[in-house]
Design a binder for this molecule. Structure first.
Ligand code: NAD
Length: 250
């Protein structure tokens, strides 16, 4: 990694980052597809589809309440922190995440685009109004009811389930089309449309790098593949970028 050479300077780059479950793995949040990932113990159709919520809301609620409570026990890791440092030297910086945890925000990242929703939020089944609900009583096993309807309705996790449309797609496509540098961190490349964003970046001429534990299924789409735990690899890479930036300022 020492002979790193970006084909342009970071201070004149419009950077778009796309993170996946792998960036939070070193904080102790399970990924989806690794050997001990979430889908080893739960089938996707049982807990992460609108059908599952209609058929067995108790199971879905229990699954998400465990994950919501887990947020209180985990902390951002060096990969989350490295992105905050990178944002401070880039001309423009957009952070898109597939993750539903809040570790980017807690490390100091601003304006994070959560394309698959957020564990901290619940939404009314009827009006779809979303609210942050993380008080002690919001984390119990009982269902939570909204305060937007005259007859309060059950609230569901504000998560984009399989078969639902991701949030903020227009903004995401615009940012990717406009960027010079597109960086993916910790994503297996299986879940679309997120996995297809690298192709859009390619079409519009961006330089594309992925940091992942192992080569992802869409490896061919990237200019550089940096394998290993992101807490180490991304942190090293950002430190080199920051050093180059400081030298260019002298
Ligand atoms: P994924 O589980 O499909 O892939 C994760 C990738 O990260 C794998 O390729 C794995 O090799 C890699 N990885 C594991 N540990 C790593 C590390 N320490 N450093 C770098 N890479 C590492 O996850 P995905 O691509 O994000 O895909 C799908 C879905 O997972 C998304 O819809 C997302 O909403 C959801 N998800 C989110 C969370 C979270 O919020 N933290 C957790 C699990 C899943």
């Amino acid at each position: 990694m020492a002979e790193l050479s970006l084909p342009f300077s970071i201070e004149s780059s419009r950077v778009v980052i796309l993170t996946g479950a792998g960036i939070s793995a070193e904080s102790g949040i399970k990924t989806f597809r690794d050997n001990d990932g979430l889908w080893e113990t739960h089938k996707v159709e049982d807990v992460a589809t609108p059908h599952a919520w209609n058929q067995n809301p108790e199971l879905v609620w229990k699954f998400y309440q465990q994950r919501r409570k887990q947020l209180l026990e985990v902390r951002p890791n060096p990969a989350h922190n490295a992105l905050v440092a990178l944002s401070s030297v880039s001309k423009e910086f957009v952070l898109i995440t597939q993750n539903v945890d809040d570790l980017h925000e807690r490390s100091g990242s601003k304006n994070v685009i959560h394309m698959h929703g957020e564990l901290r939020r619940l939404k009314c089944e009827k009006t779809r109004i979303s609210q942050e609900r993380m008080s002690k009583k919001d984390l119990q096993s009982d269902f939570i009811y909204c305060n937007c309807c005259s007859v309060p309705k059950k609230m569901r996790p504000d998560i984009v389930w399989f078969g639902e449309e991701p949030y903020h797609l227009n903004k995401i496509f615009e940012s990717v089309e406009d960027c010079d540098l597109f960086i993916v961190i910790g994503s297996s490349g299986h879940v679309y449309p997120a996995a297809g964003l690298v192709n859009l970046a390619s079409k519009f001429g961006a330089y594309k790098i992925i940091f992942n534990l192992e080569p992802p299924v869409n490896s061919h789409a990237f200019d550089e593949i940096i394998t290993g735990p992101a807490g180490i690899t991304l942190n090293k890479w950002v430190n080199i970028i920051l050093k180059n930036y400081e030298n260019s300022e002298l």
